[in-house]
Design a protein around this ligand. Structure first.
Ligand code: PGA
Length: 254
């Protein structure tokens, strides 16, 4: 797995409407240093994607969405096709986020089909996996993460120039959370994900086509620590990406 440019993916969730999204995109574009060492990806809500892209285009910052549907086109009222996201400027899409697993009851099968559809549309899927606090306490964290990774990715077809990102996001560490995770604990789980990928795909594919990133209350104080871990290519940032100052501070901390 490459360590070249860390991926910093901003997940704006459903926290910002159109005016705030456009303002934040402007502020980030203005505030980002010319020598910024990261590949920044911003994932606004669907409604703001095209206008945020108008601002970001040409800046080197890339665009991502927070979900897509598992079919390309058809009678699926309210859903958004990966192909439309690609047309809107997206190169990435977050899939299987724990908030969607919880509130939208997304299943492993739905997530697997979305991953395939994203790849078909030439989007880079960011597949979120991670255990809840109760699952960790029961000693099931490895089981949960192996199972989610396996179910999301087994049988997936992709081209050799495509990338699939697995984001380890322990549900109990997502903000606001009273708990924090040490980089060493995240590292242990990244090794579990890495070994799972090796069970599913040949080693050269795991090396060339997969990246593992971490998410869960990451900010300027700890981003560099997570990125320094072995087999770790970046971070998925929620809260700290939703204000220009905290996000620019994070980028400057790398
Ligand atoms: P957080 O969110 O950084 O606010 O914990 C991360 C995520 O849910 O993707």
């Amino acid at each position: 797995m490459e360590h070249v440019k860390p991926l910093i993916i901003a997940n704006w969730k459903m926290q910002l409407g159109m005016p705030e999204s456009l303002q934040l995109a402007q502020d980030i574009k203005k505030g980002i240093s010319k020598n910024n060492p990261a590949q920044v990806v911003i994932c606004p809500s669907f409604i703001s994607l095209t206008k945020v892209w108008d601002i970001l285009k040409g800046s080197g910052i890339e665009l991502g969405a927070q979900d897509c549907f598992w079919e390309e086109q058809g009678k699926f009222t309210g859903e958004v096709s990966a192909v439309y996201l690609r047309e809107a400027g997206c190169r990435y899409v977050i899939l299987g986020h724990s908030e969607r697993r919880e509130h939208l009851k997304e299943t492993e099968e739905m997530i697997r089909k979305k991953v395939q559809q994203a790849l078909n549309a030439d989007l880079t899927p960011i597949v979120c996996v991670g255990e809840t606090f109760e699952q960790r306490q029961e000693g099931a964290k490895d089981y949960v993460v192996i199972n989610q990774t396996t179910q999301a990715l087994s049988g997936i077809k992709f081209n050799l120039d495509q990338t699939i990102i697995v984001a380890y996001e322990p549900v109990w560490a997502i903000s606001p959370s009273p708990y924090t995770i040490m980089p060493s604990e995240a590292d242990e789980m990244h090794q579990v994900i890495y070994r799972t990928l090796l069970d599913l795909f040949p080693p050269t594919m795991v090396k060339n086509n997969f990246k593992i990133i971490f998410g869960g209350s990451v900010d300027a104080s700890d981003a560099a620590g997570f990125i320094a871990l072995e087999n770790t290519s970046g971070v998925l940032v929620g809260g700290a990406s939703q204000k220009a100052k905290s996000f620019i501070d994070l980028l400057n901390s790398l």
